[in-house]
Design a protein around this ligand. Structure first.
Ligand code: ACM
Length: 273
């Protein structure tokens, strides 16, 4: 199975132009599963929630979803893309998964980063895993990586590949994804963006370095920090279904869930008495 990421610099507020860039780069490529960055059609910073509202779209009826669904069918490629979603009176930082069979799935980012809390509602649904024929696929978005529970729950629900649209500004994720993959025995595709954005007194520089990692933590492909590029690699998703670590250790059944109760509490203690 061929899987790839697209790393580029979305232009803030330019949905049509960003779609043109995406399509220009991926249309006609042989790739079974593409991952595009977070908020890849709108850019990351909004001047206020109203601007985000105007740029967001409903899923599945919005123009980005419709266009990528069409590209997916035409190229026989599944596509994961981060977009701003509008649903009734809420805005979500979401990703879609469109498939050549015509399925349209969605994930809403659970862990909002910094200023996103002023614009978006946090995801209100558990992460799910979707069958795209060649693989079982889960999604998480950018800062979700910092919460290992996200990748864990996707693995426990059967994900073989974690698709990870991102707009990373901190430098740690690219170092951490091999660990997320080792501890869950899954593939992960992080599609980050490049460039910078300034709105008012906010300036963000995005760190590129998109990467594809295998279940043993090997980095199969890595992008530069600052150029537009895509990379496609061949993988065998089913190797991630082997959770046997040694003759006597299995990743899922060795877990001591009866002693993990604290994971289900809010954890607001700093450890002091
Ligand atoms: C991020 O979650 N976009 C840093």
């Amino acid at each position: 199975m061929k899987v790839g990421f697209l790393q580029f610099c979305p232009q803030r507020g330019q949905v049509k132009e960003n779609l043109r860039t995406i399509i220009g780069l991926i249309d006609g490529q042989e790739c079974d599963l593409w991952v595009l960055p977070e908020l890849c059609n709108t850019g990351y910073l909004f001047s206020d929630p109203d601007e985000a509202w105007d740029l967001a779209e409903e899923i599945p009826s919005g123009s980005t979803t419709e266009k990528l669904a069409e590209i997916s069918v035409r190229n026989r490629s599944a596509i994961v893309a981060g977009i701003a979603e509008r649903d009734e009176d809420q805005l979500y930082n979401s990703s879609i998964l469109v498939t050549p069979k015509g399925d349209i799935f969605r994930y809403r980012k659970l862990h909002l980063f910094g200023y996103e809390k002023e614009v978006f509602s946090p995801g209100d649904r558990e992460p799910e895993v979707f069958n795209i024929g060649r693989a079982m696929v889960g999604m998480m978005i950018c800062f979700d990586w910092y919460f290992p529970e996200t990748a864990r729950i996707l693995m426990l629900k059967g994900a073989q590949i974690i698709c990870h649209p991102s707009n990373l500004v901190l430098p740690y994720c690219q170092k951490s994804m091999p660990t997320r993959c080792i501890e869950n025995r899954v593939f992960a595709i992080t599609a980050n963006r490049i460039g910078s954005e300034v709105v008012g007194n906010r300036e963000l520089v995005f760190t590129g370095g998109s990467l594809i990692v295998d279940p043993l933590g090997e980095v199969l492909a890595k992008a530069s920090e600052d150029s537009e590029e895509f990379k496609i690699v061949d993988i065998v998703p089913k190797i991630s279904s082997d959770k046997k670590l040694t003759r006597m250790n299995e990743l899922r059944s060795d877990r001591r869930v009866e002693l993990y109760g604290e994971l289900l509490r809010n954890g607001d203690s700093d450890g002091s008495e």
